[in-house]
Design a protein around this ligand. Structure first.
Ligand code: ARG
Length: 563
């Protein structure tokens, strides 16, 4: 907990002004002799109808003095002098005793939160945008879980829609079974592209595709089996990626899951008088909100993506009674979600206000080599493998006799990719380059993981050393800056959650790593001769490693003990 908050709490105990309000009023005095924080009593003077200097004198007497060296009343101001010694002791001991729990809280307890993320499409490549959704969603999921929310991670698979009619036609005509076994997504993509080429010459293929999709919707055996096979093969591929990233979902209810739940939605929309016809299609008119209509049924009677999203939202509300229903989906779909949420509101579902679209920008690659294999899609497996092999090279240059290099390279290489995504302010586009994201001296995953390993190596060297820590000696600016950052961990998580912006946590972690390296480069730890100071510094190192490990873990990144 940061000490601005500690002071705000003390003032709040006596004034009931609200902690946030007080935090806004707290000032940093112009001179250090005037203390670390000053509280102006002028606003209180109005409500209490008393002179500010009198209020300040009264508060000075009544306020609790823990973690304070002293409090002084100066005119209308109350000046606080922090007792750095007891504050440092408190922060470090809390981090050490809570250990893997440090940073967490239970403010979300009793609240269900659905986090939908990843959501790739069956029979299509898992692309860099899906990885963006996967990384951001997983981080939000873990951060919220750490604050006591009951989180439900949903992978809303794209496994339904007219494209499956086309895939079935293509499958029956052109599939190469051997290729399908070996590289399923490539083969499915190939026949899908072929379908479109052939359909240009022979438009009757489109009718055939519509028929097959209709049969699929009606549950016909042949179509269902083919669809299931494509889904199984695709999931096998996707699971390889999820395994590499160590990601699990609580639900795989994708679009097909709602295929039998849409009639009810269409009926509800109709009963509520919202369904209108437009060019043969059935839509919900949203002119009033200045957005295009939400299409419910196409002119051929088929339901679409939007209908399934309406059904999914209603299902989630009924099943999970969510406090928030979060969709981590690229910003190009912002309009789609606006239409869905607005339609839900028109249907009288006030909980539509609890649905949140968490968008993100585009991903571009500076490394040309990766940008093509088939068409212009970047295959994620290639990307991750490349990151791992490049990391292995770097590690071999740095530390040739490291044990289990492969495992380290995996964690650091994949961690580097995830970190690069999560460092980005999500609304902005990302330009990726391996050189940047693997730079051990930059603001990167490897830099933070290396800092962690360095801290652990110090702790290993000091194993067996026992002495009473003297926190009063931990008084350099560098040390105190690090203590303050360690104290701010929980707040960093909470701010990141409140803005659905994991990059706020990522940047905080970078700050911790930088502050640690400043401290490490300037002061001796193992060879420090003053035992009390050495013991205190070791605690500072240990608390730092706890924050780095827990912080990275919330981002979905594993640490390594040696590097
Ligand atoms: N499968 C979609 C795609 O790849 C993303 C799904 C987003 N989620 C949703 N509920 N619409 O673009």
């Amino acid at each position: 907990m940061n000490y601005k908050k500690i002071i705000a709490e003390k003032i709040n105990e006596k004034t009931n002004m609200g902690i946030e309000n007080i935090e806004k009023l707290l000032e940093i005095p112009p001179k250090p002799e005037m203390g670390d924080y000053a509280f102006p009593c002028f606003q209180l003077a109005k409500t209490m109808r008393k002179a500010p200097n009198l209020i300040s004198q009264e508060l000075k007497e009544s306020i609790s003095k823990d973690y304070l060296e002293k409090v002084e009343s100066m005119g209308g101001y109350l000046n606080f002098f922090i007792d750095k010694n007891s504050y440092t002791k408190h922060v470090l001991e809390m981090a050490l005793s809570q250990n893997e729990k440090y940073g967490s809280s239970d403010i979300g307890s009793g609240k269900n939160v659905v986090v939908e993320y990843s959501s790739p499409n069956i029979a299509k490549p898992f692309h860099v945008g899906h990885l963006y959704s996967t990384a951001v969603g997983n981080a939000l999921y873990k951060m919220m879980k750490s604050q006591g929310y009951n989180t439900i991670g949903v992978n809303h698979l794209g496994d339904w829609g007219t494209q499956f009619g086309k895939l079935i036609v293509a499958y029956k005509r052109w599939v190469d079974e051997e290729a399908l076994e070996k590289e399923p997504i490539n083969e499915l993509l190939r026949i899908y592209v072929k379908f479109h080429d052939e359909a240009e010459k022979d438009p009757s293929l489109e009718d055939l595709a519509r028929m097959h999709f209709k049969n699929l919707e009606d549950g016909c055996k042949e179509e269902t089996e083919l669809w299931q096979r494509m889904k199984d093969l695709s999931l096998k591929e996707f699971n390889k990626i999820y395994d590499m990233l160590n990601i699990k979902f609580d639900s795989l209810a994708g679009e097909s899951f709602y295929s039998d739940k849409m009639d009810a939605v269409v009926d509800e929309i109709e009963i509520k008088g919202l369904l209108t016809e437009s060019n043969g299609a059935l839509v919900v008119n949203l002119d009033e909100y200045n957005i295009p209509p939400c299409i419910i049924k196409k002119s051929d009677g088929a339901t679409i993506y939007a209908t399934r999203d309406l059904a999914a939202a209603i299902y989630r509300k009924n099943t999970y009674d969510f406090y928030k229903n979060i969709y981590v989906v690229g910003s190009p779909q912002a309009l789609h979600f606006k239409q869905i949420f607005t339609t839900l509101k028109l249907m009288g579902h006030d909980w539509a206000n609890d649905c949140v679209h968490v968008g993100f920008g585009l991903v571009k690659f500076a490394d040309k080599k990766l940008s093509t294999r088939k068409g212009d899609v970047i295959f994620l497996e290639d990307l991750l493998n490349e990151a791992v092999s490049r990391t292995l090279e770097l590690i071999e240059q740095k530390n040739t006799n490291l044990e289990n290099k492969e495992d380290v390279a995996k964690k650091v290489g994949i961690g580097a990719v995830v970190f690069a995504y999560l460092k980005n302010n999500r609304e902005r586009d990302i330009m990726f380059s391996f050189d940047d994201m693997l730079n051990f001296d930059g603001e990167t995953g490897p830099y933070v993981q290396y800092t962690y390993a360095r801290g652990k190596s110090i702790l290993r060297k000091a194993e067996g050393f026992k002495s009473q820590a003297d926190f009063s000696k931990l008084n350099s600016t560098e040390e105190f800056e690090l203590v303050k950052l360690i104290a701010a961990f929980n707040e960093a998580i909470l701010s990141a959650i409140s803005k659905y912006e994991p990059s706020m946590l990522t940047r905080y972690i970078i700050d911790v790593a930088k502050a640690f390296n400043k401290f490490y480069n300037q002061y001796s730890i193992i060879s420090c001769e003053d035992e009390g100071l050495k013991a205190a510094r070791l605690k500072l190192v240990e608390a730092t490693t706890i924050v780095l490990k827990n912080g990275l873990s919330l981002l979905g990144i594993d640490v390594v003990e040696k590097m």
